[in-house]
Design a protein around this ligand. Structure first.
Ligand SMILES: CC(=O)N[C@H]1[C@@H](OP(=O)(O)OP(=O)(O)OC[C@H]2O[C@@H](n3ccc(=O)[nH]c3=O)[C@H](O)[C@@H]2O)O[C@H](CO)[C@@H](O)[C@@H]1O[C@H](C)C(=O)N[C@@H](C)C(=O)N[C@H](CCC(=O)O)C(=O)O
Ligand SMILES: Nc1ncnc2c1ncn2[C@@H]1O[C@H](COP(=O)(O)OP(=O)(O)OP(=O)(O)O)[C@@H](O)[C@H]1O
Ligand SMILES: N[C@H](CCC[C@H](N)C(=O)O)C(=O)O
Ligand SMILES: [Mg+2]
Length: 504
């Protein structure tokens, strides 16, 4: 991937250069801790720290050139080339895809955006495309997959350097497709610079991330960027499709932003794809999908009305890419589950335990509604809200837990830098409000320690009850102020059930 620095700087329109240009760049980095000899280091001013403060460290590790927004000649000696620009993020977004030889132009790229359902839809599409014989990569919340090889991931959508290097690895490994979650943060911060999406999917739009976007309008507009990108004059590939959920009000906005063919889907309205005769069970669902191909009868291992929408999105993407309805049906019917999404914990107990990643009001409401559809006993909900994230969703989630649950156990979910008790106080506002409006027989407890909360839920559960442990899904950690500890809801639930049955 080595490139000549002079060639890379031709991509910048506003650069002032001090130092040698005719040299080879072996690597790119914006994190000084990742600098190796021959690196071009981008100094980004961040939310927490300013990358310009790490120039000396980058130089010590072997950076040969730095891209900066301010004068740093007093910090570096004249062996390091200084490239001064107006905005280092914009410079990084221009240079990095070129450094990696534009891998996003060599893969067919399917991007999924929306508040909920991104991870689930990407997994469904991956299985369909693989069944159709394609080599597929995936990037999202749980992990990166290159065929069957897994790589760890920090963000749902990685920053431009990690993303472009991963895409380049996918190209080198012979992948034809990448299916990726495109978060609103990634769109707003243009982490997807250099990606050319061929299919853009919109799942839904409900409250989340207002800490970052400030207003719902900004949040919608960030998501719409994925669809605007489908018809850029600079695009290099043919055949773009937008797949949008018309039951969501923002679906029409996404479709308007995409000047390309649209495959709409809906359950409550007319769409190119619709679902009918839906039956929801604890361990699966069945329904018909109607589309231009006729009717497809599906009997699936995944459940919940929300998953009917995820399936419609996946069918839309697969049709856009020319997969036959027969292959789509086969793949969907052999699809088992996504880790931590409505995952049943079965350890011999006489009640149902579900671990789910619902961490937004809409996600929590959907999963509770689904549990209510088949629960024969009470619903016991264990949930919390993340620290350093949208605070306004906390009382709403507290309220919903009481509306749909019988016993509510509010607990911690990655408090991060915040005081767990304060987060829970925000949640409790909504719990109390809903309790006032509720009939009777509902109760709640605030138990900050998540293991204790899960233990209490399992202690209270009787035969036929449903225990829903929401918020962390596949996560195997709890992020506290000063450290991250191992924590897996599924494992903890299994351990507690075993302890209780061992103790009679
Ligand atoms: C708001 C946001 O997206 N922040 C991201 C941003 O952080 P930042 O601007 O605060 O960076 P910073 O930590 O202040 O550091 C500034 C610069 O100094 C550099 N640095 C820092 C330390 C050092 O020793 N040396 C050094 O060079 C950093 O590499 C960086 O270039 O840049 C960092 C590096 O790329 C990201 O890790 C960080 O994401 C944080 C971890 C995050 O949690 N983001 C969440 C909110 C997020 O993006 N979530 C979405 C949402 C998914 C969904 O839909 O639910 C996602 O896509 O994951
Ligand atoms: N289509 C959907 N509509 C509403 N809720 C959904 C939908 N699909 C899944 N959910 C709920 O949201 C949770 C998260 O689902 P999933 O991981 O697929 O979403 P995501 O968009 O990838 O989330 P994240 O923003 O964290 O990456 C699930 O555990 C489920 O409770
Ligand atoms: N992608 C989401 C995940 C939230 C998961 C929940 N467990 C939390 O930590 O709030 C976010 O970063 O907001
Ligand atoms: Mg996800």
């Amino acid at each position: 991937m080595a490139k000549n620095l002079k060639q890379l700087t031709t991509l910048l329109s506003d650069a002032t250069i001090l130092g040698k240009l005719d040299q080879t760049i072996e690597a790119v980095a914006h994190d000084s801790r990742k600098v190796v000899p021959g690196t071009l280091f981008f100094c980004l001013s961040g939310v927490h720290v300013d990358g310009h403060d790490f120039i000396a460290e980058a130089a010590r590790r072997g950076a040969v050139a730095v891209v900066v927004e301010r004068d740093v000649s007093d910090v570096v000696d004249d062996t390091i080339t200084i490239i001064k620009v107006g905005d280092t993020r914009v410079a990084m977004q221009a240079i990095v895809p070129c450094f990696f030889d534009y891998p996003g132009h060599k893969l067919r790229m399917i991007g999924v955006t929306g508040t909920n359902g991104k991870t689930t839809s990407t997994y469904l599409i991956r299985d369909i495309l693989r069944k159709a014989g394609h080599k597929v990569g995936l990037i999202g919340t749980i992990q990166t997959l290159i065929d069957d090889k897994t790589l760890p991931i920090k963000n749902t959508t990685p920053d431009v350097i990690e993303l472009q290097s991963t895409l380049a690895e996918m190209v080198n490994s012979g992948m034809e497709y990448v299916i990726m979650e495109v978060s609103s943060h990634a769109l707003a911060l243009n982490r997807v610079a250099g990606c050319e999406f061929d299919v853009g999917i919109f799942t839904n739009m409900t409250q989340d991330h207002l800490d970052f976007h400030q207003t719902f309008e900004n949040y919608i507009d960030a998501k719409a960027e994925l669809f605007r990108g489908l018809n850029k004059p600079t695009n290099t590939k043919q055949g773009k499709t937008a797949v949008v959920n018309l039951d969501d009000n923002a679906g029409a906005i996404m479709a308007q932003n995409a000047a390309c063919p649209v495959i709409s889907y809906a359950v409550n309205k007319d769409g190119v794809l619709t679902a009918n005769n839906v039956t929801i069970r604890e361990t699966g669902s069945s329904f018909q999908v109607k589309g231009p191909f006729g009717t497809m009868e599906l009997s699936l291992s995944i459940t919940g009305m929300f998953n009917v929408y995820n399936v419609l999105a996946a069918v839309g993407a697969a049709l856009a890419e020319g997969v036959t309805p027969e292959v789509i049906k086969q793949a969907l019917e052999s699809f088992t589950s996504v880790p931590g999404r409505f995952e049943l914990v079965q350890a011999g107990q006489p009640f149902t335990v579900i671990v789910d990643y619902a961490h937004t009001p809409d996600g929590l409401e959907n999963v509770l509604k689904t549990a209510k559809q088949f629960a024969q006993g009470r619903i016991i909900v264990v949930f919390g809200c993340g620290g350093d994230r949208d605070r306004t969703k906390r009382p709403i989630m507290g309220n919903l837990a009481v509306q749909y649950g019988d016993v509510v156990l509010a607990t911690s979910d990655n408090p991060r830098s915040e005081d767990p008790e304060k987060i829970l106080a925000d949640v409790e506002v909504g719990i109390k409000e809903a309790l006032c409006a509720a009939k009777n027989g509902k109760s709640y407890e605030v138990i900050p320690d998540r293991r204790q909360a899960i233990t209490q839920a399992i202690r209270l559960a009787k035969a036929h009850d449903v225990v829903l442990i929401a918020g962390k899904g596949h996560e195997t950690y709890q992020i506290l102020k000063d450290k991250t500890i191992d924590f897996d809801d599924r494992q903890v639930a299994r351990e507690v059930i075993k302890e209780m049955s061992d103790n009679g």
